[in-house]
Design a protein around this ligand. Structure first.
Ligand code: DC
Length: 223
């Protein structure tokens, strides 16, 4: 039987790094669904399309192909029209466009089967915003991973600075708050904890503690 673990929560809560490490520890394939929304956003930016325009994005979706590929060692790449764009989707510009584009029901519908199909044949730990509520409502374990906006902005800033992106903690905090607002208040699949999810607040946890907290919950529920 395939096991599914859903990890949802706001931007910068550490979902991807924690889920990746937990996946390795417990033998679950890590799936970053945000990368799919980012790929659609990148396609819109490349074409100069307004990411919040339903009409323009609807046409765009008919013209592109989005795929996700996995390697044996747990790596994941996203392909836009067959081209690996995994590196190009990690900018602030793409983050903001992804937040806008993910509010469109037509985009969520477009990516739904792709996400569900991945979990059909493999045991996964899937991170996103609506995994426990919409994509995998029958997941055996659902975790809502969060942290204060300030600590999330601080972490995100460090990540971006390491990649050489020029920004400030203040700017990142402003974007974190705006993305939280967008993700939580959109009509289509808004960010909210599933009723049967376990809340993990990592504000006062370091990385190893966050990994252990999440791994412990999963071990308890699937043993
Ligand atoms: O997790 P992330 O920052 O890479 O996600 C980018 C955007 O995609 C984020 O603003 C919300 C959206 N998203 C979503 O709506 N549903 C998901 N399952 C994953 C991401």
């Amino acid at each position: 039987m395939c096991i599914a673990v859903a990890i949802d929560g706001p931007a910068g809560a550490g979902k991807s790094s924690v889920a990746k490490a937990v996946g390795k520890q417990l033998g679950l394939m890590y799936v970053d669904t945000g990368a799919l929304y980012r790929t659609v956003a990148l396609a819109a930016l490349k074409k100069g399309i307004d990411a919040s325009s339903k009409a323009e994005v609807e046409i765009l979706l008919k013209e592109i192909s989005v795929e996700m590929d996995f390697s044996e060692n747990g790596g994941q790449v996203v392909l836009l029209n067959g081209e690996d764009v995994s590196g190009l989707i990690r900018t602030q510009q793409v983050s903001m466009a992804a937040s806008d584009i993910s509010a469109l029901p037509v985009v969520r519908e477009y990516l739904l089967d792709l996400q569900r199909n991945i979990a059909k044949t493999k045991s996964v730990i899937m991170d996103g915003r609506d995994i426990g509520t919409v994509v995998l409502p029958n997941a055996q374990v659902k975790i809502f991973l969060t942290a204060s906006p300030e600590s999330r902005a601080e972490r995100r800033y460090k990540e971006l600075a390491e990649k050489g992106e020029k920004t400030t903690v203040k700017d990142v905090l402003r974007e974190v708050i705006k993305r939280d607002y967008n993700d939580t208040n959109r009509k289509a699949a808004p960010l909210r904890p599933a009723e049967d999810s376990v809340l993990v607040d990592t504000t006062n946890m370091n990385f190893d503690e966050s990994v252990e907290a999440v791994a412990k919950i999963i071990r308890e529920r699937i043993s």
